[in-house]
Design a protein around this ligand. Structure first.
Ligand SMILES: *[C@@H]1O[C@H](CO)[C@@H](O)[C@H](O)[C@H]1NC(C)=O
Ligand SMILES: *[C@@H]1O[C@H](CO)[C@@H](O)[C@H](O)[C@H]1NC(C)=O
Length: 305
C-alpha cells in the first residue's frame, strides 16, 4: 500500500481560504458584484441568489454584492421575471446601477439563466458605471426555441408547443408582456423574429447595427459564458455559448463562430476572442447545477478577484 499520498491538513486549508479573503484589490477595496437571477427565481432566495451572494462574500472579504430586485418586493421581482417588458427591466437596472454610489468605479456582473442575456443588454446599453467582467451562467444568448423539458421534436406535445408559441410569440401584446417571448427565436421564421422581437433581435444587432453596442461590449475585460451540457431546460443548450439552429430548421446547429454575428463581428465578440477575452466554460450537468467548489475555483478566483 502506498501511504505516501499527501493530504492537506485542515489547518492549511483554513489558512489558504483566509489568505484568499484578505488579498485586497489594486484600488484597496474589492470590485463589487451585481447578480441577476433567472426565471421563477428572485433576488433573495436563500437557496439560490442568497446563497451565491453569501459564497462571494465569504470568499472576498468586504465585497459589496448587489442581487438585483426588479420591483418593490420579492414577489413582484419573481412575477416581473415572467411578465414585464425586458427593455423596461434593463432600463430600471441601468438607473439602479447609475444611482448606486458603491458601483461608480466599476463592477463585475453575473447573470443566471435569462439574467445572463439581460445583463449583456445592460453592458451594451449602459456604459456607466462600467461593467468590468460579464459572466453568463446558462444564459440564452441566441434565445430559445422549445419548452423546458422538451428536447427537439421528441414528441407531439413538444412539437405542438413550439408551433403554438411561434404563432403567438411575435404578437405585440405577448412581446410586451411575456418575458420569455422576448427571447423566443424561431429558426423557421427568422424574418419574423428579426421584425417582431422587441428585445433579443435588438441586442444581437439583427437589424440595424448600433455601433455603441459593439463599442460597449469591447470595454469589457472578459465575457464568460457557462454552458450546461445536460441542460434540458434550455433549447438549444448551444444558445448558452451563442450558438443556434441553422435557419429554416430546428435540428442542426451553428456555433457562434459560424454566424455572421461573429464573422462580421457585429458585437465585438470576434475581437474579444482574438484577444483572449471570450471564455467558454462547460459543466456536464443540468441547468444551473454546479457545486460551490466549482463556482469558487472557476468564477470567483478567476474573474472576481
Ligand atoms: C435614481 O435616482 C433618481 C434621482 O435621485 C431618482 O429619481 C430615480 O428614481 C432613481 N432610480 C432608481 C431606479 O433608483
Ligand atoms: C478563438 O480564440 C481561440 C483561443 O484564442 C482560438 O484558438 C480560436 O481559433 C478562435 N476562434 C476563432 C473562430 O477565431
Amino acid at each position: 500500500m502506498d501511504n505516501t499520498k499527501k493530504t492537506i491538513p485542515p489547518i492549511a486549508c483554513t489558512l489558504f481560504v483566509f489568505l484568499l479573503t484578505v488579498i485586497p484589490h489594486a484600488n484597496g477595496s474589492p470590485v463589487p458584484v451585481v447578480i441577476w437571477h433567472g426565471m421563477g427565481d428572485s433576488c433573495c432566495n436563500p437557496f439560490s441568489m442568497g446563497h451565491i451572494k453569501k459564497l462571494i462574500q465569504e470568499s472576498i472579504q468586504g465585497i459589496y454584492v448587489l442581487s438585483l430586485k426588479i420591483g418593490n418586493s420579492v414577489v413582484e421581482d419573481t412575477i416581473n421575471g415572467f411578465f414585464m417588458n425586458v427593455n423596461d427591466q434593463v432600463k430600471i437596472v441601468c438607473d439602479t446601477l447609475a444611482n448606486d454610489s458603491k458601483l461608480q468605479q466599476g463592477y463585475n456582473a453575473i447573470g443566471f439563466s435569462q439574467g445572463g442575456q439581460f445583463l449583456r443588454a445592460v453592458a451594451q446599453r449602459c456604459s456607466k458605471p462600467p461593467m468590468l467582467n460579464l459572466i453568463s451562467v446558462g444564459g440564452q444568448h441566441q434565445g430559445v426555441y422549445g419548452f423546458p423539458g422538451c428536447v427537439g421534436n421528441q414528441n407531439i406535445v413538444c412539437t405542438l408547443a413550439r408551433r403554438m408559441l411561434t404563432n403567438l410569440a411575435y404578437t405585440g401584446f405577448i412581446q410586451n408582456h411575456i418575458v420569455q417571448a422576448q427571447y423566443w427565436h424561431d429558426p423557421l421564421n427568422e424574418a419574423e423574429y428579426r421584425k417582431a422581437n422587441v428585445f433579443l433581435a435588438d441586442i444581437n444587432q439583427e437589424n440595424e447595427k448600433n455601433p455603441s453596442y459593439k463599442a460597449n461590449m469591447l470595454k469589457l475585460n472578459n465575457f464568460v459564458m457557462v454552458k450546461f451540457l445536460r441542460d434540458s431546460r434550455v433549447e438549444p443548450m448551444e444558445s448558452e455559448w451563442f450558438g443556434f439552429y441553422k435557419a429554416g430548421q430546428g435540428k442542426d446547429i451553428n456555433t457562434l463562430f459560424e454566424t455572421p454575428l461573429y464573422t462580421e463581428d457585429w458585437l465585438g465578440l470576434k475581437e474579444m476572442n482574438n484577444t483572449g477575452r471570450l471564455h467558454f466554460l462547460s459543466l456536464d450537468t443540468g441547468h444551473l447545477q454546479f457545486s460551490e467548489s466549482w463556482f469558487i475555483n472557476n468564477i470567483i478566483k478567476k474573474f472576481l478577484m
